[in-house]
Design a protein around this ligand. Structure first.
Ligand SMILES: Cc1cc2nc3c(=O)[nH]c(=O)nc-3n(C[C@H](O)[C@H](O)[C@H](O)COP(=O)(O)OP(=O)(O)OC[C@H]3O[C@@H](n4cnc5c(N)ncnc54)[C@H](O)[C@@H]3O)c2cc1C
Ligand code: SF4
Length: 325
């Protein structure tokens, strides 16, 4: 590990000032960053510890939404009474991730920005365009069983590994950011970037910018919410395919539906195609299968991950069934 300086910030302006130099990194729970520093993948010259910032609250917003501080721990968020009752898809997604110990440390901001688990990204002896732009992609001709089939490019096929991000996508969250130039709010659908020819850029966050909180719109009255995660073992494992569903049925028809997918996309994947098929239809298995077909129509599997196409279809169909029984 290379040498770095360490600052513990108690106020947001102090954190922004400390992070203003190139190669600075914020550290929250440390469960992604420290691993990657030990692997020589992340090499910050300045670590700005943000754990003392006053960003650990979950608060109801006057308009009926929810404000989640960037430092709210994943376990606290999953067990928050309002999240459990009104945004249960988020609670389910968080509790499906990692382990109890990791969730006690992991934060909302850190989870949003966790890096891919692509094995070549995590091994600095291998070519990887995300870690070393222009070096090539070892995964495309290599071990790609767990990698993405939606939103890929010739430069990178890495999966966004987060469960929380999938639920936040279905809930249409907004990410609130503060930086040297002021504050801005970015809908989650615009926050994550496709790899294209610049896979090293994963979000619209600029160097030195801090995520301060995440907001959720008012909950959909009467909505049923499900997060279904399929993986190689029942716990302590990332998704091969997951689906977050928020659905409201009125008069026997799907009046409102949001479908987001995990484990298959290079970013948390909102399926507008599936939603279009579902909207206004009678909730039944045939419609769900059609929606799943639509969601995966653009899939581009690699040598080892073709199974994800049918797995994701089954995941969507079953999650919709669970959400509407
Ligand atoms: C063994 C293991 C299994 C796991 N399994 C799962 C799983 O099944 N599902 C899942 O979703 N996740 C899983 N994870 C990932 C885990 O959820 C993330 O490591 C965690 O959420 C990251 O949060 P953190 O606070 O520790 O982030 P950190 O490591 O502190 O930070 C991560 C990144 O975010 C940046 N950052 C942090 N906070 C901010 C902020 N407020 N503003 C700007 N930048 C910020 C940091 O600079 C860093 O680049 C697993 C991790 C491990 C180690
Ligand atoms: S898939 Fe992306 S992260 Fe993995 S080796 Fe290729 S460029 Fe790197």
């Amino acid at each position: 590990m290379e040498m770095f300086t360490y600052t513990k910030a108690a106020e947001v302006p102090q954190a922004l000032q400390a992070a203003s130099q190139p190669q600075a990194k914020f550290i929250a729970g440390g469960t992604t960053l420290l691993d990657l520093m030990k692997l020589n993948v992340e090499r910050p010259n300045q670590l700005v510890d943000i754990n003392l910032l006053p960003l650990s609250q979950v608060e109801k917003l006057p308009g009926g939404g929810l404000k989640i501080g960037a430092l709210v721990r994943n376990s606290d968020l999953a067990h928050d009474p309002t999240v459990q009752s009104d945004y249960s898809v988020l609670s389910q997604a968080l509790l499906s991730g990692a382990s109890a110990q990791l969730r006690n440390m992991a934060t909302t901001g850190g989870n949003l920005l966790q890096r891919t688990r692509c094995m070549y990204f995590r091994n600095d002896a291998m070519a990887c365009n995300k870690r070393a732009p222009g070096s090539g992609c070892s995964a495309i001709e290599g071990d790609n069983r767990t990698l993405a089939i939606l939103g890929t490019s010739k430069e990178c096929i890495a999966t966004n590994p987060s469960d929380m991000n999938v639920a936040l996508t279905a809930l249409e969250a907004t990410i609130h950011i503060q930086g040297a130039k002021g504050e801005r709010a970015v809908p989650i659908g615009d926050f994550f970037l496709l790899p294209g020819s610049t896979p090293q850029r994963e979000t619209v966050l600029e160097p030195g910018e801090l995520i301060t909180f995440v907001s959720l719109p008012a909950p959909k009255a009467g909505s049923k919410q499900v997060y279904l995660k399929l993986r190689d073992r029942a716990s302590y494992e990332f998704a091969l395919s997951s689906a977050a569903i928020v659905a409201v049925i009125n008069g026997g028809k799907l009046d409102f539906v949001r479908v987001a997918l995990g484990g298959v996309g290079t970013k948390p994947w909102r399926s507008f195609e599936a939603e279009k098929v579902l909207h206004g239809k009678t909730p039944d298995e045939r419609t769900y299968r059609e929606a799943a077909e639509a969601a995966l129509r653009g899939a581009q599997p690699q040598s080892e991950n073709g199974f994800k196409v049918s797995l994701a279809k089954r995941c969507i169909t079953h999650a919709l069934t669970l959400a509407t029984v």
